[in-house]
Design a protein around this ligand. Structure first.
Ligand code: SF4
Length: 473
């Protein structure tokens, strides 16, 4: 008898090394005890890595390693033995055993892989980040996966939430993304994650907004969102009332659809800004009024109005296009990846972001849904036009000396349709009230450039932004 250690238990490299040594030594599956994750056996068996080499190194198929990588994440204590048994059979006259669905070992290995994939899918769907109190853009999530999937799924979150710093805590390990690199550490406890943040209210608002009562299927919902995840899902508390009210809402939807006018842009139910809001000179009252704006259809699928932020007496107003996915959820402008690039540029130029007034030409997020993703769509000229009153209200109240337009939509809102960004970027223009303004590209455009052109695009953008230093001093 021999022993084979795999540590960590889900490491495909550790499994491959031990399995290869066992095959080279001709050790049959029943003569091998697998020890996972630092486990100790009852008997002090010799390590398989010290076994004599009797055969040539076997060739292990890529398809086997792919399935092994998934199955090793399962908690089943027999998975290592199962995989080695299959490997042994492949090497001893059954090369196509993995393609035989009626084989008991193959069926079991496929079932384990399916359970791991389902667990990974649930983790992607149900991890909820909470902002660390007092630390801007620092988020922690608590999650209890059924299997060892943290290493497998963490890269997904690194890609999806590349623009923020986050940690995912699980009972047996943690993943940390500092904005640049992913690292792993020890596990934690539910109390290590913040208990509650304002973002959860936003998330509930968003969830209630996208909940479609006409597609309600409580049985499927429980299957897709098992109740054991509910305690960490802010939206789960809404479900009983949403389900209860679903029938009434479906009736209302049917009546509304019947009566809906065939207009591309519905008539505004709130006219921005009204005489009343103009009489109240404060930016705060304008911001409040904008929350209820229905002047174009963009409010409907979006989570909330994303109004500008910054000092009311800012000398410089920075104007973007529209909120993105992250801004839509947080309610603040320039907090997504493009905002991070803007922060970097401002830091390099020595400009304090807190001294700028940052806003967008269009205050609601325009997107199209692709599966679970919300993909940005450019606003149309009609949306810019509908939203112009809010921008005019902001400019009127802040009265900046300088306006920086980031991207074509912002330039359209300030200079009108005749402005050509490619030809006129980086040159000062004077508006009718004497305010000076220039346009340059949007940071999101730089992020969309091919990797080999990004550095050049960024440097050219910095040169444009330097105009602010030359003028503002
Ligand atoms: S995008 Fe602007 S005009 Fe359209 S609903 Fe939102 S705030 Fe109103």
């Amino acid at each position: 008898m021999w022993s084979a250690a795999v540590d960590p238990a889900w490491s495909v490299d550790a499994f491959r090394e031990a399995a290869r040594a066992a095959l080279r030594a001709g050790i049959a599956p029943e003569d091998l005890e697998w020890l996972a994750g630092g486990q100790r056996g009852l008997l002090a068996l010799p390590d398989v890595l010290d076994a004599p080499v009797l055969h040539a190194s076997p060739r292990v198929l890529r398809s086997f390693l792919d399935i092994a990588e998934t199955v090793l994440c399962h908690r089943d204590p027999q998975r290592h033995a199962l995989l080695y048994r299959l490997l042994w059979r492949i090497a001893h006259g059954e090369p196509h055993v993995l393609a035989t669905p009626t084989d008991a070992d193959t069926r079991r290995v496929m079932q384990l892989a399916q359970e791991v994939r389902r667990d990974a899918h649930k983790m992607k769907a149900f991890v909820r980040f909470r902002e660390v109190p007092g630390e801007r853009d620092n988020f922690i999530a608590w999650f209890e996966p059924s299997h060892h999937i943290l290493h497998r799924v963490a890269p997904f979150f690194a890609r999806r939430f590349a623009g923020m710093r986050w940690a995912i805590l699980t009972p047996e390990g943690s993943a940390l993304w500092d904005g640049e690199a992913l690292s792993f550490g020890p596990g934690g406890a539910p109390d290590d994650a913040p208990a509650f943040d304002a973002g959860e209210n936003l998330w509930r608002t968003y969830y209630a907004h996208i909940f479609n009562p006409a597609r309600l299927n409580p049985r499927m919902m429980r299957q897709e969102m098992p109740q054991r995840y509910w305690k960490h899902l802010p939206e789960a508390h809404l479900l009983p009332s949403l389900i209860q009210g679903a029938a009434v809402r479906v009736r209302e939807m049917a009546e509304r659809e019947h009566a809906a006018p065939k207009r591309r842009i519905p008539a505004p139910t709130v006219v921005p800004p009204t005489d009343d809001t103009r009489r109240d000179e404060s930016l705060a009252s304008l911001r409040q009024a904008a929350q209820a704006c229905r002047a174009c259809p963009l409010w409907q699928p979006a989570t909330q109005t994303v109004f500008g932020e910054g000092p009311e007496d800012a000398r410089v107003l920075v104007l973007g296009e529209q909120p993105g996915d992250r801004e839509d959820l947080s309610g603040r402008p320039f907090v997504g990846p493009a905002g991070k690039l803007l922060d970097r540029a401002l830091a390099e130029l020595g400009i304090d972001r807190s001294q700028l007034y940052l806003t967008n030409a269009v205050k609601h997020f325009r997107f199209e849904r692709r599966g679970k993703q919300r993909l940005h769509r450019n606003p149309e000229a009609s949306h810019v036009q509908a939203c112009r009153s809010w921008l005019a209200g902001e400019i009127e109240r802040v009265r900046p000396q300088m306006i920086v337009c980031l991207g074509g939509t912002a330039a359209l809102a300030v200079f009108g349709a005749g402005f050509r960004l490619t030809a006129q970027r980086g040159t000062w223009q004077t508006l009718h009230d004497g305010t000076r303004a220039f346009a340059t590209v949007h940071p999101a455009w730089i992020l969309r450039q091919p990797a080999d052109r990004q550095a050049g695009a960024y440097e050219a953008w910095l040169d444009d932004l330097r105009l602010l230093l030359a003028t503002a001093g």
